[in-house]
Design a protein around this ligand. Structure first.
Ligand code: NDP
Length: 323
């Protein structure tokens, strides 16, 4: 079968459209004939070696498709089911093996495209606002990269929960998108001082929480934007890894600092199922708008990585897998 492999860490050009053995189904797994694979920022971290992995590796942590075979110890799934799934690292491929505990049958009204586009960013957004910091009516929340894939979902959820949202973006086009999603105020964080703008927008009150997936370039501004006892949720490294911090800095205002990963919030079948139920419910009620901003053919994964690293995303990037 065809798959996208990384042989050794590098820039997007190091991705190889390779012919590799088609996986065989294991007793406890499901073999999926992939239709779409979701492209996530984390794939770039694995490709560059920021998150070390054994190489050669097939990239890809989520996808959707049709079940081709079911392992003999698997219950609850059948050949032909339409599913979306989280994978350990192998969805940029025509076929992959998936653990049943990480798969979800797609509701009738959810297409394979939307299925592949929903899980990582959608579940991340839900767990950020429910568990990292429980967003409440009346809160003021700062959301970085507010027009990006995960950011735009966080904005929508914060508004749904009754918060005032200050969104950061790099361009006017992205500002219009974030405003259209409900952001109350915009900061152009590549040229404006984030904490000073937050001070102005909040009459000096500052924010209850910051959702920061940008990392290195925004960490200090996020910290300085918080009110007393505020929460800084640092959940990504789009601009690079946050350098080590001095723990005593948190005592200035009793700041809560989290560095969450989605997977630890959905580690049990109950947690995964509850988060998925909420996700697809919010999609069907149109609270969450899953915007697929660009699709590339599987063989063009390099272009997909260059696209997200050039910060062109205003929603989800997918790889389309033809058979
Ligand atoms: P996005 O589609 O949001 O793309 C990242 C955005 O970050 C860009 O569009 C850009 O928006 C902004 N950005 C700021 N600085 C840079 C930079 N130097 N280079 C590139 N982009 C930059 O990606 P995702 O939604 O896939 O991921 C967003 C973040 O969330 C990532 O850091 C990712 O690792 C993290 N994440 C974490 C998870 C977890 O479990 N902890 C799970 C899922 C995602 P702009 O142009 O407006 O600045």
């Amino acid at each position: 079968m065809k798959a996208i492999q990384v042989l050794k860490p590098g820039n997007a050009k190091c991705l190889v459209y390779a012919t590799v053995p088609k996986p065989t189904v294991a007793a406890k797994s499901i073999l999926v004939r992939n239709a779409f694979s979701g492209v996530n920022y984390i794939d770039t971290y694995i490709r560059t070696g920021l998150y070390p992995t054994k190489m050669p590796a097939i990239l890809g942590r989520e996808g959707s498709g049709i079940i081709e075979q079911v392992g003999r110890d698997v219950h609850g799934f059948n050949i032909g089911d339409r599913i979306a799934y989280l994978a350990t690292e192998n969805s940029y491929a025509e076929f992959c093996n998936v653990e049943p505990k990480s798969a979800v049958k797609l509701p009738q009204n959810v297409s394979l495209e939307v299925g592949a586009a929903s899980l990582i960013q959608g579940l991340t957004a839900i767990t950020l606002v429910r568990r990292s910091y429980q967003v409440k009516k009346g809160d003021t929340i700062l959301v970085h990269a507010a027009a990006g894939g995960t950011g735009r979902l966080v904005v929508q959820l914060c508004k749904h929960l009754g918060a005032t949202v200050i969104g950061t973006v790099s361009t006017e086009e992205k500002a219009a998108i974030a405003t259209g999603l409900g952001a109350d105020h915009i900061i152009y964080y590549t040229k404006e001082d984030v904490a000073e703008k937050v001070r102005g927008y909040t009459n000096g009150e500052m924010v209850h929480a910051v959702f920061d997936g940008v990392g290195k370039n925004t960490f200090q501004g996020s910290f300085d934007s918080l009110k007393r006892c505020g929460t800084l949720v640092s959940f990504g490294n789009a601009s690079g890894k946050v350098p080590p911090i001095e723990i005593n800095m948190l005592s200035k205002g009793n700041i809560v600092l989290l560095r969450p990963m989605l997977y630890s919030y959905i580690a049990t079948p109950e947690e995964f199922s509850a988060a998925n139920t909420e996700l697809f419910d919010l999609i069907s009620k149109k609270v969450l708008d899953i915007n697929i901003c660009k699709q590339f053919d599987l063989k063009d994964a390099t272009l997909a990585h260059e696209f997200i690293e050039a910060r062109k995303t205003t929603g989800k990037v997918l790889l389309k897998i033809a058979h």
